[in-house]
Ligand binder design. Structure first.
Ligand code: RB5
Length: 148
């Protein structure tokens, strides 16, 4: 798969570890930065990664900030994005199977590199189950439309 990745300055050190891991798993990775530890703002990278998923330039997105919270909120502001912030693999897996999430976020101040890899693996290995969950995704889309 083609995977977009981005972080803020707090997620910066964990990002290359995840990039390498994604490549080891056989994925193509587009890194949206940042490329230094200079203080930056998570909405910038949340938006860029989310837009690359919506435009189908990439299949899925991964975001890292201190907690994963700010950057996932940013991504969720982009229409069509269902971003989840996870600190354990179970929710990551279920978020794909039930909620068809297209962006995964986590916090470099919350999870270590090995747990982050486990979260990424479970998320990527899972796939949307459809069925009864399809109706709920449609309901989410309708909610999003109601804000137009
Ligand atoms: C940056 O200080 C911090 O707020 C950010 O990395 C993230 O945790 C926000 O949700």
């Amino acid at each position: 798969m083609k995977i977009a990745i981005g972080s803020d300055h707090v997620g910066f050190e964990l990002k290359p570890i995840i990039v390498e891991y994604l490549k080891e798993l056989g994925h193509e990775v587009e890194d949206f930065g940042p490329f230094s530890t200079e203080r930056t703002d998570y909405p910038v990278y949340g938006q860029q990664v989310a837009q690359s998923v919506i435009s189908e330039q990439n299949d899925l997105g991964i975001l890292i900030c201190g907690t994963g919270v700010g950057i996932s909120i940013a991504a969720n502001k982009i229409k069509g994005i269902r971003a989840v912030v996870c600190s354990e693999p179970y929710s990551a897996k279920l978020s794909r199977e039930h909620n068809n999430t297209n962006v995964l976020a986590f916090g470099s101040r919350v999870v270590g590199a090995e747990l982050a890899k486990m979260i990424v693996k479970e998320w990527l290995d899972a796939s949307f189950e459809g069925g009864r969950h399809e109706k709920r995704i449609k309901m989410l889309n309708a909610l999003e439309k109601s804000n137009d």
